[in-house]
Write a protein that binds this ligand. Structure first.
Ligand code: FEO
Length: 400
C-alpha cells in the first residue's frame, strides 16, 4: 500500500528510498546547519535488494518510499554497508517487516550489528572484493575498514555501474533535489568539505588508499550513491578529485584563528594577529569560539596552513570553549600546519601555555612561544602580536 512518500528512481535498477531530516542541527557534536538525509536504496531486479536503512525515527518515511515501489515483504536480500545507527537504526524493524531470505554485511559489520541489536537471524559476512550474484544482479563488495568505522564497506552494482559508498563522498545536506548536479556548487563544496573535515579527517590516509582502490577496481562508475546528501551522476571526477585534495591536507596560504575572551584582551590580541597576517599577504579567518561552532572552525581549517589559538586563563586552565575546541580538533588529527598560542591572564597564566602544549601534541609546528598579556596587552605585547601575524604570513607564503 502506498504511503505519503515516494521513491526516486536513480538508475535502471535502483530507487532511492531514504529519508530527509530537514531539522537536524547537530550530528554528535558537528553542527549541521542544513540538515541531512539518510540514504537507503532499493534494487529492483529479479528480486528486491535493500542497501542500508535509515535512522530509527525515520522508519515510516523510509517504508512509505519502499511501498511506492513494492510491498516491503518482497525484499529478499538486505545489505548493511555500515552499522552506525543513522543507517542501521531501522534495520531490526525492517527485518521484522520484510523477513528477507538473507542479510549481508562485512565481516566486521556482522560483529558490530550483533553488538547493536539482538537480531534473531544470521547476518552473512561478505569478503573484500567478493562478488555475489543475487536477485538477478552482480554485487561486488569493497571493504573500507575505518572509513570511518571498522565495519564500513561499499557495494558496487555491476549492471548499473553504481557504487553505494555509504558515508564516503557524502555530506550533511537536506535537499528536495536528489542529485548533486541539481544543487548549487558552492553549497556542495561547503558541506562536502565540512563533512570531510569533521568525519573523515582522522582517516585521510585511508581515504587516499580507498580512492586508489576505487580506481584500481578497473570498473566504470556512472553513479556514486552515498548514505548522506546528494547522489553523484555527472562529473564524478569532481567529487573524487575534491576528496583527493582534502585527503592530502596540502596547506594553503590561509590561517585560522580560534579564540575566546573574558574581558576583551585575548580578542584584541586575536584581531591584531589577524591584521598582521592579512597585511603580510595571506588570508585569515577569525573564529570567536563564543559564537563559532567547533565544526565550522574545523571546516575552515581543512585547507589552512596555520592554526592559531587564543585563550584567557581561568582558574589556572584554558577557557572552557577553547578546551572544547582543542579536544575536538586533537581527535580529528589535522596535519601539515604551523601554529601558536596566545592569551591574557591575571595572576597565574597557564591558559596559553596549555593550549601551546596541546598544539604541539597535535604535531602542529609551533613557530612562536605563547604570547601572553598580563590583564590588558601593553604596546610591546601588541607589537608581538603584530609580529606573530607577519611571521605566520611569511611562513605561509612559502607553501604557495
Ligand atoms: Fe552516516 Fe557513519 O554514519
Amino acid at each position: 500500500m502506498k504511503g505519503a512518500f515516494e521513491a526516486v528512481k536513480i538508475s535502471e535498477h535502483t530507487y532511492w528510498v531514504g529519508a530527509i531530516d530537514w531539522g537536524l542541527r547537530n550530528f554528535h557534536g558537528y553542527t549541521t546547519n542544513r540538515g541531512s538525509t539518510y540514504n537507503a536504496y532499493l534494487i529492483e531486479a529479479e528480486d528486491y535488494i535493500l542497501i542500508d536503512t535509515v535512522k530509527a525515527p525515520f522508519y515510516q518515511e523510509f517504508i512509505s518510499r519502499i511501498s511506492s515501489v513494492t510491498d516491503v515483504r518482497n525484499i529478499r536480500y538486505v545489505i548493511s554497508n555500515h552499522s552506525e545507527m543513522d543507517h542501521s537504526g531501522s534495520l531490526p524493524a525492517t527485518l521484522m517487516a520484510a523477513n528477507p531470505e538473507k542479510v549481508f554485511a562485512s565481516e566486521m559489520g556482522v560483529k558490530t550489528l550483533s553488538k547493536h541489536f539482538r537480531l534473531d537471524r544470521e547476518v552473512n559476512a561478505v569478503g573484500d572484493n567478493e562478488t555475489l550474484e543475487i536477485g538477478g544482479v552482480y554485487l561486488s563488495f569493497l571493504e573500507t575498514r575505518m572509513l570511518h568505522w571498522p565495519d564500513s564497506m561499499m557495494t558496487y552494482l555491476v549492471q548499473d555501474k553504481l557504487l553505494f559508498s555509504q558515508d564516503g563522498f557524502g555530506m550533511h545536506l537536506a535537499s528536495a533535489e536528489r542529485f548533486a548536479d541539481e544543487i548549487t556548487e558552492s553549497i556542495l563544496l561547503e558541506e562536502g568539505s565540512k563533512y570531510f573535515a569533521n568525519i573523515l579527517l582522522p582517516y585521510a590516509a585511508l581515504v587516499e588508499k580507498a580512492l586508489d582502490r576505487v580506481s584500481s577496481l578497473g570498473v566504470p562508475i556512472d553513479i556514486l550513491a552515498p548514505d548522506h546528501g546528494p547522489i553523484w551522476r555527472k562529473d564524478i571526477g569532481k567529487i573524487l578529485g575534491l576528496y583527493a585534495q582534502w585527503a592530502s591536507q596540502k596547506p594553503t596560504p590561509k590561517a585560522v584563528i580560534a579564540y575566546d575572551t573574558m574581558w576583551g584582551s585575548t580578542k584584541l590580541m586575536a584581531e591584531v594577529i589577524a591584521e598582521g597576517i592579512e597585511r603580510g599577504g595571506c588570508s585569515v579567518v577569525v573564529h570567536p569560539l563564543s559564537v563559532s561552532d567547533r565544526s565550522e572552525v574545523m571546516k575552515d581549517s581543512l585547507d589552512a596552513g596555520a592554526l592559531i589559538v587564543g585563550t584567557p586563563t581561568i582558574n589556572n586552565e584554558m577557557f572552557p570553549t577553547v578546551a572544547d575546541f582543542l579536544t575536538y580538533a586533537k581527535g580529528l588529527r589535522p596535519k601539515n600546519k604551523i601554529g601558536a598560542a596566545f592569551g591574557s591572564y591575571g595572576w597565574s597564566g597557564e591558559g596559553a601555555k596549555v593550549a601551546s602544549e596541546i598544539l604541539s601534541g597535535m604535531k602542529v609546528e609551533l613557530i612562536s612561544e605563547p604570547i601572553i598579556a598580563n590583564y590588558v596587552p601593553d604596546l610591546r605585547t601588541i607589537e608581538k602580536c603584530r609580529e606573530l601575524g607577519a611571521l605566520v604570513a611569511e611562513r605561509l607564503k612559502g607553501v604557495q
